[in-house]
Design a protein around this ligand. Structure first.
Ligand SMILES: [Zn+2]
Length: 56
């Protein structure tokens, strides 16, 4: 378990909604797009822009 970079559904990162600030786990696609997991790409506030959080 774990360690397979091609497995679907595992979050690569965290991203914050640019509007309400809610944080979601995201997958980062090959082209750099952030795809929030479980919310179909749209925040509960209706915003669809997310900014990746830096990992410490
Ligand atoms: Zn939001």
């Amino acid at each position: 378990m774990g360690g397979d970079p091609n497995s679907g559904g595992d979050p690569d990162d965290l991203a914050r909604c640019t509007d309400c600030g809610h944080v979601y786990p995201v997958q980062r696609l090959d082209d750099g797009t952030l795809r929030p997991i479980g919310i179909e790409g749209v925040c509960r506030c209706g915003n669809d822009e997310f900014r990746r959080l830096r990992r410490e």
